[in-house]
Design a protein around this ligand. Structure first.
Ligand code: UD1
Ligand code: CA
Length: 456
């Protein structure tokens, strides 16, 4: 029996604001869909919330952001018809959540590095202090653009002053609003009903709720957040910075979960990468979306993987490219300059050098010689190549699909295989070798004039 005390929190809803225009990205696609670790930015926020088991996760979008709605499904989206500020955006969730009895975390879709643990700390702080509102605070190196947190002598938060509206004295405050806030639900809706756009930007500021809370005798407290967690993305430079931080986090998690990364800084992972125990990943490996790696797999330097499953004990690379739809069985060896696409390679098979195997099945323990190519495309359609178990394909073979090589069959090197090779047969499909006796000697004699004997 565990003797840990589980803190129980009030029911929770999360409201993610994502209706901002994001003009500084200079992009056709909504800012929150720009990927970090190969997943749309906003999906990181959604999963950080999801792990808190909230009753509700809602995303506030602008009209026309159908692609965002798709990316966050099955979570609900509500629309903010005009970008009138963060307070107005939060109000867009009111209709759905007006009777919700619990706490609401409001956070931003363009701050993708927030973690579940950090959000949990907001809940903890509320249950410890009984405060009605908990705000994430951080101390950035450069506080210029952020809302400043004004505390009283007992460290209670009494106001958030936006940068554009701050007095020079307030601008000296280093403690800033990270953007993530937790509200008791009824308090949020009451306060949002009172905010007005009388400020430097003419916007409804969510942050104005704090000063209004004081008037309503509600209490507000601050929880410190590490600056990384609240990094907001406005430009592609910040996107790159977030990518870097996310990669560091993913690498750290992979190592803590039992993978060896020989040179972690050069390995790129995806948010959904699954890595087993005792996996070794060499330098300069790029792992795209949808990759699942079993136990004791070795991925050597300079491999590129996307949408593949690699089973226990397989050895990949160096310099292998594994493309979508590929399944590499247990203890398979995939060597240098091998490209696999939509290929199912069964356990113990070897494809060690310079091959393209696409739209194919390779049976257990088959050996695919250097330079084997599946000719899967006829200019119009893709066709399947089936190679049986324990088949042996000689070097530099072209397998013209659709074609089948039976179990245990041999294919002679340099063959162009267009017909089925029966199980256990040998297929040789190349010009027969002819040797012409003395041809080379005669050829040379014709070309090279006989030397005159020296005259004395
Ligand atoms: C906000 C905070 C500021 C804090 C900073 C942290 C306010 C008024 N200010 O400022 O105190 O220090 O974040 O990064 O809240 N959004 C909408 N609809 C709108 C406006 C914004 O959905 O009408 C969304 C945006 O898409 C974005 C988020 O709200 O995801 C934050 O908006 P943004 O304009 O970036 O706020 P900041 O000025 O950065
Ligand atoms: Ca911002």
């Amino acid at each position: 029996m565990s003797n840990e005390i589980e803190t129980t929190f009030p029911p929770l809803a999360c409201v993610i604001l994502a209706a901002g225009r994001g003009t500084r990205m200079r992009s056709e696609i909504p800012k929150v869909l720009h990927p970090i670790a190969n997943s749309p930015m906003i999906t990181h926020v959604v999963s950080a919330c999801g792990a808190l088991n909230p009753a509700n996760v809602m995303v506030v979008v602008a009209p026309g952001m159908d692609a965002v709605e798709k990316a966050v499904a099955p979570h609900r989206c509500v629309k903010q018809s005009e970008p009138l500020g963060t307070g107005d955006a939060a109000k867009a969730a009111q209709e759905t959540l007006k009777d919700f009895d619990g706490d609401i975390i409001v956070l931003f879709g363009d701050a993708p590095l927030v973690t579940t643990e950090a959000l949990r700390r907001l809940q903890l702080k509320r249950s410890e202090t009984g405060a009605d509102i908990v705000v994430s605070g951080f101390t950035p190196e450069d506080p210029t653009p952020y809302g400043r947190l004004v505390l009283d002598s007992r460290e209670n938060l009494i106001a958030i002053v936006e940068a554009a509206d701050a007095t020079s004295q307030q601008r000296d405050i280093r403690l800033c609003n990270g953007g993530v806030m937790l509200f008791e639900a009824k308090t949020l809706w009451t306060l949002l009903g009172q905010i007005n756009p009388v400020n430097a930007k003419g916007e409804y500021y969510l942050t104005d709720c704090i000063a209004l809370a004081g008037e309503a005798r509600k209490t507000c407290v601050v929880v410190p957040f590490p600056p990384d967690q609240v990094l907001g993305i406005n430009t592609r430079c910040e996107l790159a910075k977030a990518e870097k931080l996310m990669q560091q986090r993913l690498r750290g998690n992979a190592m803590l979960n039992g993978a060896t990364l020989i040179d972690p800084e050069t390995v790129y992972l995806s948010a959904d990468t699954k890595i087993g125990r005792d996996v070794t990943i060499g330098p300069n490996v790029v792992i795209g979306r949808g990759v699942e790696i079993g136990d004791k797999v070795e991925i050597r330097a300079f491999c590129h993987l996307e949408q593949v499953r690699i089973d226990n004990g397989a050895m990949i690379g160096p310099f292998a490219r594994l493309r979508p739809g590929t399944v590499v069985g247990a203890h398979v060896h995939i060597g240098n300059f091998v490209e696999l696409k939509n290929a199912k390679v069964d356990s113990g098979a070897k494809i060690n050098h310079l091959s393209y195997i696409g739209d194919a099945t390779v049976g257990a323990r088959a050996n695919i010689g250097a330079g084997t190519i599946t000719c899967n495309y006829d200019g119009f359609r893709k066709h399947l190549t089936q190679i049986g178990s324990e088949a042996f394909i000689g070097s530099n073979t072209a397998l013209v699909a659709p074609v089948k090589v039976g179990d245990g069959a041999f294919v002679g090197a340099g063959s162009v295989i267009t017909l089925e090779v029966p199980s256990k047969a040998l297929a040789v499909a190349r010009g027969r070798q002819t040797n012409i006796k003395d041809w080379a000697r005669r050829f040379r004699e014709e070309k090279v004039p006989k030397k005159e004997p020296p005259t004395h």
